[in-house]
Each structure stands twice: as C-alpha cells, then as structure tokens.
Design a protein around this ligand. Structure first.
Ligand code: PA5
Length: 412
C-alpha cells in the first residue's frame, strides 16, 4: 500500500545499505518500551468498546474537548484533521496542550452554547497542562451536567497506577488504557488516538487494519527510510522537512515532528525535524529550502488519490493569464506543483524522499503512522539512541514547578 521512492536521495548518498538498520530493528524490538509494535493487533472487543464510547459521545454531544499534551494529543489531532468529515461529533477542540489563558477562555465561551463531552488523556496523570485543563473542564462539566457529569467524561490513562486512573476508577468514568510498554509519542493507535477518532465517526477498524497490514510486511521500506536518513545525517544533512501538499495533513506533520524530535534529539545530536505544508509554505519557506543552508532534506508524503477535488472554472471577469487552466481539477494542478517542487529541490541540493499512499483514508493513514513509528525507532537505534525515553523534557519542568509554588492567586 505504501511506496517509498529514494531515487531523489541516492544521488547524494549513493545506494542505501540496510545492514545497520536490520541490526537496529532487532535492538528496537528488544527494548522494554516497544509494545507499540504489537499495537495494531487490538482485539475486536477492544475496538468495539472504543466504538461504543465514541457513539455515546456523538449521540449526546455536538462538541468534544480532547485534553492531553504531546503524544497524548498529537496523534488524535493528526487523525481527526487528516480524514474527511464523518458522521460523529460535529466539532473537536483540543485543550491541555498549552497554558494559554486566552485560548482556554475562548474555548469556554465557545462551549457556552454547545452540548459537550470531554476525553482526558494522560499516561502519567502528572503532566501540568492537562492537569490544569482538566480542572477547568471538570468545573464546567459539574456546572452544566451535575456532579456525575451525566457520563460525559472519558478517561484514557496509563495502565499502571496513576492519579488520573485512580480518579476515573473512583468516579466510575469510562476508562481506557495506554499500555505500560507504549510511550506517548507511539500511542496514536491506542485509545489516545482511537477514542477521539471514534467519537468523530472515523472508521477505527480500518485505521488499525491499515497499520496491521503495514506491520505484517517485512518492514523493508521503513528500514530503507531509516537507513537513508542516517546516511544523509552522516553527510551533514541535519534538518528534515516533512512536506505534504494536503493542508489537512498539517497536524500529521506536527505529530511526525514530535515523534522524531523527542525520539532522536539527544546527546547533542539528532536530525532536526520540521514540517511544511505546500503549496502554501512555498510562499514562505520555499526560498530558504531552495537556496538557504544546504543541510536540509525533505520527505514528501503524497496521497495519490486526492480526498476531494474541485474543477477550475474560467475567470469570466478579466484576463489574468490563467484561463488555460479552465476545466482542470485543482488536484491535477497540485500534482504538477509537487513534481515541480521535487525536481527544483533536488536540483537545488535538497535530497527528497517520497512516500506515496493510495489515498488519504483510514487504512492509508494507519499504515503511514505505523511506518513512521517503525522507521523512527530503527533510525534512532542505528545512531545508538534510545528512541523511547525523553530525559530532556524534565529540565524546564523542574524549574517551572519550583516557580509555580510561589505564584500568587488570581481570583476568578
Ligand atoms: O511522547 C511522550 O512521552 C510525551 O510527549 C508525552 O506524551 C507527553 O509529555 C504527555 O504525557 P502524559 O501522557 O503522561 O500526560
């Protein structure tokens, strides 16, 4: 289903040798946090429970607030924004991924007129942003729906002991697990990503099936991609751009950035992950990519069948020189732009890997998520990095928590 074209890379690094990737694959699979590799094997009963909770949310709410930070939010957002509108809950809002009072106040105002439910996701149950947001939305739930929230609070927590899990059990909330051996940024295909997706009416069975099919393949494409990235890094290509020509894949780029950034950015090294959405970003980042520092490479994700299309009518009002496009689908123009960008970037010294999928549907997205997770783990292990820890994120937290103890109160 997923095809990897490295012909835009080999001109820079030669043929890709996967020997180190094969050894790294074994190392990654042996690490204690590699449980996500088995994830697409969820049972039908597990999926049915998620579907039932999703239906419940959609039945009594027209808005869903998904509270979570980092891996506990980015996967859900990537899936929901990438896939076309479905029959589930009308609007999904994200909270607990920032500490902006303005953002929270605006969301509270938005919810004033809406029937809403809340999904709160935190593996540890001890992350500041979701803890703050949960307080705000718990209060709103109690005010609007009474002390039992009318069954509108759904909790996704680590399977081990955590304050959030204890709370959910004590309150009798619907509770779903993130397995102990799955880290946040590898949790898109757990309840963390699947419950909000199910509430939105997305076919989570097809998502998981796509991932499973990808997992059942030999992993050859992921190994080649991982090996190509490391070959580029060893030739001083230090920045990788995730590029898509579908704006609905922007959040997927954010998810991808966290996956690779938190997995590989350690010990003073690692490829710096950034993302662009074309053709829009050609008018902002295009110049830099074409002629700036020559340490960038690009991974273009191409969804072969566009998720929708519109035909270009003639201008009919004035001659701007573009009427030769009359009758063409906008997607076909996008395809030509993609080919042009690829050719120009390679000619300008930017190696380009291209991943293509049949379309932007559940199965393709599931396959893509699994592909990137696998490639990321292997890539980190090639360079001797543990892909599953994130010791660096504690540094600011320690300082922040010390300072927060001295923060004066603001009255409501
Ligand atoms: O990938 C990770 O482990 C992190 O990004 C976490 O997902 C993030 O810090 C949120 O953690 P938690 O789910 O424990 O609240």
């Amino acid at each position: 289903m997923l095809k990897l074209d490295l012909s835009g890379i080999t001109g820079f690094v030669g043929e890709i040798n996967t020997d180190a990737a094969r050894a790294a694959e074994k190392k990654a699979a042996a690490l204690p946090m590699s449980g996500w590799m088995r994830l697409p094997m969820q049972t039908d009963a597990e999926l049915d429970a998620l579907r039932a909770a999703g239906r419940r949310i959609a039945e009594h709410s027209d808005a869903l607030v998904v509270i979570g930070a980092g891996g506990s939010s980015l996967g859900a957002r990537a899936i929901i924004e990438a896939l076309p509108d479905s029959l589930g809950v009308q609007d999904v809002y994200f909270a607990g991924d920032n500490l902006s009072g303005a953002y929270t106040a605006k969301l509270l105002k938005t919810l004033a007129e809406r029937e809403f439910s809340v999904v709160v996701t935190s593996k540890s149950g001890t992350t500041t942003e979701p803890a703050v947001a949960l307080r705000v939305f718990l209060k709103l739930l109690r005010e609007r729906y009474g002390k039992d929230f009318d069954g509108r609070l759904f909790v996704v927590a680590g399977a081990g002991r955590s304050p959030l899990r204890e709370f959910a059990l004590a309150r009798g909330c619907a509770l779903f697990d993130i397995p102990e051996d799955v880290g946040g940024r590898y949790s898109a295909l757990t309840a963390a990503g699947l419950l909000p997706a199910a509430a939105r009416g997305i076919d989570i069975g097809a998502l998981v099936r796509g991932a499973r099919e990808q997992a059942e393949q030999s992993g050859e494409a992921a190994l080649r991609y991982a090996a190509a990235r490391q070959a580029l890094y060893s030739k001083s290509f230090r920045t990788e751009l995730f590029a898509s020509f579908e704006p609905c894949a922007r959040a997927l780029g954010e998810w991808w950035k966290q996956l690779f950034g938190e997995s590989e950015g350690k010990n003073g090294g690692g490829i710096f992950p950034a993302s662009v959405s074309f053709t829009g970003d050609l008018h902002s980042m295009g110049q830099y990519i074409q002629e700036g520092r020559r340490d960038i490479f690009e991974t273009i994700v191409d969804f072969k069948k566009s998720p929708g299309d519109a035909v270009i009518p003639e201008n009919g009002e004035f001659d701007d020189g573009f009427d030769f496009l009359t009758g063409r689908g906008i997607s076909s123009v996008n395809d030509v732009a993609r080919e042009a960008v690829r050719a120009a970037h390679i000619a300008g010294g930017v190696p380009v890997a291209e991943l293509s999928l049949p379309g932007l549907d559940e199965a393709s997205l599931g396959a893509l998520i699994y592909f990137f997770e696998y490639a990321c783990a292997v890539s980190a292990c090639i360079s001797g990095i543990d892909p599953f820890d994130q010791p660096g994120v504690e540094a600011y937290k320690n300082i922040m928590l010390r300072e927060l103890n001295n923060l004066p109160k603001t009255s409501e």
